[in-house]
Design a protein around this ligand. Structure first.
Ligand SMILES: *[C@@H]1O[C@H](CO)[C@@H](O)[C@H](O)[C@H]1NC(C)=O
Ligand SMILES: *[C@@H]1O[C@H](CO)[C@@H](O)[C@H](O)[C@H]1NC(C)=O
Ligand SMILES: *[C@@H]1O[C@H](CO)[C@@H](O)[C@H](O)[C@H]1NC(C)=O
Length: 257
């Protein structure tokens, strides 16, 4: 009896493990990766307004100034706007949750994966005093994992770059992308004949059309898949109006989770 019921239990455990493996609901269980982090030398408590991603002044205040430059994770600009949980390790000054940062720049300092804003770096401390003590260390051991970005009450927004020149040269940024996926390609479509063309990433998160089509414009975004690898085109509800202006922002009407 005893043997039979314990082997039944084993079968149950096995089936449960199988069920867990096949469960489509994935929690935020990405493993932490060990690395090191430094911080920007300027004592600015903000983010950076001249980061490689091209966010300009938006990058200074984004996420309350909790932003970072990335080295490998920059991925030629694909990594711009991605969110990471970063926490320091091996030090009693470190808070268990660390800080959530957004990538706005490219850079490395020695063998670091992140150069955090000072605001973000000190937030890895348990207290404000602990944060100040961390700053005095300069570089710390960390562990990090990619997490979903959350922008409550924001849709994905197209910001027309100041360098744009109506009607012949359109450069725009993609801002407030939620979730933990990447935008790997962008198409611009004119809405009269519905013809689309692939755009090139100019740098960072800046895409250019030179010249853009005329009329209202639809900007489609190719979104990376999960482990199953299926990429999908995200199609906005709203178009960019035909008389778009440099410096203006246009709400796409769509968002990722
Ligand atoms: C749409 O196609 C027609 C016919 O080819 C062309 O004459 C017109 O200029 C096109 N419109 C736009 C906005 O591209
Ligand atoms: C993208 O870049 C390639 C190579 O530089 C170029 O041939 C192509 O015309 C560009 N596409 C657009 C839409 O500007
Ligand atoms: C996002 O887009 C939806 C659909 O167009 C719209 O109803 C909603 O108001 C937008 N949200 C914000 C915060 O603008």
């Amino acid at each position: 009896m005893a043997i039979s019921s314990s082997s039944k239990l084993l079968v149950l455990h096995f089936l449960f493990a199988l069920y867990l493996c096949q469960s489509p609901a994935r929690a935020d269980t990405t493993a932490f990766i060990h690395s090191r982090a430094a911080y920007y030398p300027n004592s600015d408590q903000q983010g950076t307004s001249d980061g490689a991603c091209g966010y300009k002044t938006f990058g200074a205040t984004l996420n309350g100034g909790d932003v970072s430059a990335a080295s490998n994770l920059y991925r030629n600009g694909v990594g711009c706007g991605a969110c990471y949980q970063v926490r320091c390790t091996g030090n009693s000054l470190c808070s268990p949750n660390g800080v959530t940062i957004v990538i706005t720049d490219q850079g490395a300092s020695g063998n670091t994966d992140f150069i955090l804003s000072q605001h973000a770096f000190s937030k890895m401390g348990l207290t404000a005093d602990a944060g100040a003590s961390l700053l005095s260390l300069g570089v710390v051991d960390i562990e990090y994992r990619r997490i979903s970005c959350s922008w409550p009450n924001k849709n994905i927004t197209f910001k027309i770059d100041e360098a744009s020149n109506f009607p012949g040269y359109l450069a725009f940024l993609i801002e407030y992308q939620q979730g933990a996926k990447d935008i790997t390609a962008v198409q611009i479509c004119e809405t009269v004949n519905l013809t689309c063309k692939l755009l090139n990433r100019s740098y960072g998160t800046v895409w250019t059309a030179n010249p853009p089509p005329s009329g209202p414009l639809l900007i489609k975004m190719l979104v990376s898949g999960d482990e199953d690898g299926d990429e999908t085109w995200l199609v906005p509800i709203n178009t960019i109006p035909e008389n778009w202006k440099a410096g203006d922002s246009y709400d796409s009407g769509v968002q990722l989770n």
